[in-house]
Structures are given as structure tokens and as C-alpha cells.
Design a protein around this ligand. Sequence first.
Ligand SMILES: NC(=O)c1ccc[n+]([C@@H]2O[C@H](COP(=O)([O-])OP(=O)(O)OC[C@H]3O[C@@H](n4cnc5c(N)ncnc54)[C@H](OP(=O)(O)O)[C@@H]3O)[C@@H](O)[C@H]2O)c1
Length: 322
Amino acid sequence: MLSVYAEKFSSDDPLSGLVVGERPDPEVPDGWTTVQVRAASLNHHDLWSLRGVGLKEESLPMILGCDAAGLDEDGNEVVVHAVISDPSWSGDETFDPKRSLLSERHQGTFAEKVAVPRRNVVPKPTSLSFEEAACLPTAWLTAYRMLFTQGGLKAGDTVLVQGAGGGVATALITLARAGGLRVLATSRDEAKRARALEIGAHEVFESGARLPVKVDAVMETVGRATWSHSIRSLRPGGAIVISGTTSGPKLDDAELTRIFFLQLRVVGSTMGTRDELASLVTMLDATGTRPLLDRTLPMEQARDGFAAMADGDVFGKIVFTR
Ligand SMILES: NC(=O)c1ccc[n+]([C@@H]2O[C@H](COP(=O)([O-])OP(=O)(O)OC[C@H]3O[C@@H](n4cnc5c(N)ncnc54)[C@H](OP(=O)(O)O)[C@@H]3O)[C@@H](O)[C@H]2O)c1
């Protein structure tokens, strides 16, 4: 079947290990099912995989892609939950030490078909297109859990989203607005700041700029480049919720004094549960909120999408279609 896969790793030139070609159909273990992929979206995670982060050499070749929407074996429209937990695990699967994301241990979604455990298939409402639904399982689910589960935010709270152009960041802005929050966002780029306003931010600022108010929580995916600003933007008792470190994980100044003196909370967040994905799908169906698509490309042209993400030339999600 047509697949987009990693053949080798390169930290300097990740696209050199990317192949668009033929791979065998997926194996389907007991309790698993096959989804015919209609649309799959690109995440920074896929670039990390090509750099050899989170993926082992012995797993190559590996079909990339965490997110998909398509048709189940009975022809129902479904969204695929990307977190694969151990069969013996019960409860919140993000806490399962043996969990993996599609494309880490099991073949990913950038292919004609993907095999997943039966419970990883969530019904897709017809109000969402396949392209829109394919954006949800990684970036949008991560944003949902950051805001409403780990951040504990509620209507009327004020939130700062760092790095407005990112896949997770655009999801954070849109979902926060739909959830009744006051939304502040930063970006290094003026055009991205303007677009952040269009998708729901109330106010936008240059990265690192002083804010007019202290916020209840900061949603952090940028890491090193914005950490200090995030800590300084919080009200006493506020929370920084972190799910990524695009600009690097090592800090020049962790702002420890501020953290203890202002009694700030630093909360990690990773992906989300199947139930949170189902709630997110319902939220979009009920509110009419939709993921922002940067571009849609046929899967055969996946390389162009990877190149755009590697160049940082993206606002919203890149989706590959079949
Ligand atoms: N834990 C999880 O479950 C989970 C799930 C999904 C993603 N992630 C992680 O979250 C991060 C974001 O993922 P993504 O897919 O949203 O990535 P992305 O679309 O590439 O977005 C990254 C954003 O970071 C900002 N940025 C990058 N370098 C910066 C710098 N030096 N200074 C200031 N801002 C900078 C940029 O914003 P501007 O250009 O607007 O300034 C950029 O748009 C990644 O590290 C990813 O691995 C984690």
C-alpha cells in the first residue's frame, strides 16, 4: 500500500530519511481493527521521528503519522485515537508507562490503512469533514487536555498561549475561545499574530513582550525561548502547563525563585485519553468550532508538507488526503 515512512534517521537533514513508497498492509492482532485512512495530519512529532527521537533504529522502516480519520471495517466514519496502551492497562492511558503513540512501536497513519486496537476508534460526526477530524487526535487532543484537564481552566479565566503559529498553539487558541476564556497569544511573526486574532485570540503580543495583565495559566509548547516570559506572566498561584519544547528543553534560567515565591504550579501534559478525544469531538460538533487547516495535500505529496513544517512556514495543521 502507498505509505509515507522513515527509512533512516538524520538529526541535521530529517527529510533525507523520508520515503513516499510502497509498504506491506498492516498486521492486525487479535482485538485490533483496520481503518481505511481518508485524511491524516502532520505533527512536529513526525519530524522528531525522522531525527530519531522517540523511534528506535530496529523499528525502521516505520510508517509515520499519529492522526487519522477514515472508515472502519463496517464503513462507519471514525477518528483514530493515537495513544496505544498495554492491553493489561486500565484507567487514564496517558499514565501507562508502556503506552506508545502510533508510529513509535506500531505502524502509523500516513498510509492507505492503519491497524489499531478496537477501543482506539471513536465515532466521527458527519458535521466534521475527514480533513478536520484528522487534526484532532494529537495536536487538538493535547490542547484540550492542557486547557481543561491539566490546566483546570473554566469560562472567564485568562490564558496565555505561546508561539501562536504552532499546531498545538492554534488548537489552544481556538478551543480556549470556544470554552469562554479570555485568550492572549504571542508570536514572533506579525502575520501569525494577525491570524491568531482571526481564530479567536482577544489580544496578541510579540514573543517576550510585557502583558497588560497577569494570567491564570500559560500554555507552553515552545520551551526554552519562552519559558522565562511564561513564568513572569503568571498571577500568584497560576499554572504553567507544558506539553512540548520546540525551541529546546534546556533553560538558561528556570525562574525557581518566582515559582516558589508566587506559589506557581508547573504541570506536565501529554496527549489525552480516548474519553477526552470523544469529548473534544462532541465539543466541536456542539459549538461549530473547527480546526484551522494550513494546507491539504494528497498523501503522494507529503514531502512538501514535511518541508513546510521543517521551515516553520505553517499556520495551523497540514493534512494529507487519500
Ligand atoms: N506532549 C504531547 O502530547 C504533545 C503533543 C503534540 C505536540 N507536542 C509538542 O509540542 C510542540 C509543538 O508542536 P506543534 O506540532 O504545535 O509544532 P509546530 O506546529 O512546529 O509549532 C511550534 C511553534 O513554536 C514556536 N517557536 C518555535 N521556535 C521558537 C523560538 N525560538 N522562539 C519562539 N517561538 C518559537 C513557533 O511559533 P511562532 O512562529 O508563532 O512564534 C511555532 O509555530 C512540539 O515540541 C511537539 O513535540 C507534544
